[in-house]
Design a protein around this ligand. Sequence first.
Ligand code: ACO
Length: 333
Amino acid sequence: MGSKLVGCGSAVPKLQISNDDLAKIVDTSDEWISVRTGIRNRRVITGNENVNALAVQAAKSALEMAEVEAENVDLIIQSSSTPDDLFGGAARIQKDLGCKNAWGFDITAACSGFIMGLITATRFIKGGGYQNILVIGAEALSRFVDFTDRGSCILFGDAAGAVLLQACSADEDGLLGFDLNSDGSGQRFLNAPIKKIEPEATSSTNGSPMFPPRKSAYSYIQMNGKEVFRFAVRSVPQTLQVSLEEAGLTSSNIDWLLLHQANQRIIDSVATRLGIPQEKIISNLANYGNTSSASVPLALDEAVRSGKVKAGDKIATAGFGAGLHWGSAILRW
Ligand code: ACO
């Protein structure tokens, strides 16, 4: 039993924030941001926009491309570190899309979450009993960005991307190799820890340690950019080599390199280390910034719809970031 990608979709918020817009609120410039990162614009949710709506829109497009009815979806996996609800969003997506025969769950693995969700979906299909699985990466990192911190606020944007994975015969299998990793010792380099907000004292403490009732919130994203950069340029080529070996391929057999869109210098460095030429790089980072677990399906969707990625093309993809988590997959579209 194999699994193949049969549809993709994406959605972004309306509001675009340019580097010049950011230069009005922090001490930075379009030149500094674009030279160091390759980013020029990002989208940010406003008003009634939210992660669920973006996820539903992206998933709907993936189903339409695949010509699969919502009621034929068996499982929904949403990767999100920034869901609208602490308890996750997959069930709400299931209801809003009308996937009445599906169950779902969320996974949290920051910018590696989409790859980890995708591989998880392939395991369900391999195990039998699952025909169609939606894998969605949906994020609104802007909720946790400190827009006074010029070292991090320039990087992130909001978006959603989705793919539909379908059961197929082993020779049609679209997953040729994969490799997944975590190393919590690097968590200190990139995180958004929970912080305790001391509630106002009330008179009705009842002598209980649970009074006054607790209140919590998450901190802004805290990042040591240099360490994350070093981790990425070291680990991503390594994980891709492992996936390529499992697939019985070398980097010269790959049609496209589609990495998590964090920084153009990271993408270019990985391509150089693997000997992959510039024309095989898929990148839309300039328009959307780092959209965490949405970045890979967002870039894939653009590349498929523009006709760049064609049926049968082999794509080397990788996610990396907070956790630290990182991983890769060699996919056949
Ligand atoms: N504008 C202008 N100057 C700036 C800015 C800015 N936005 N940000 C930092 N600087 C200054 C610093 O203050 C520093 O000044 P100094 O030399 O006077 O002290 C100088 O520029 C260099 O700062 P560095 O932090 O050393 O710059 P660096 O070259 O490392 O680039 C960057 C910073 C772009 C953040 C880079 O380190 C990077 O991209 N790292 C990877 C981050 C990443 O991808 N994170 C997401 C991972 S995915 C996830 O899980 C969410």
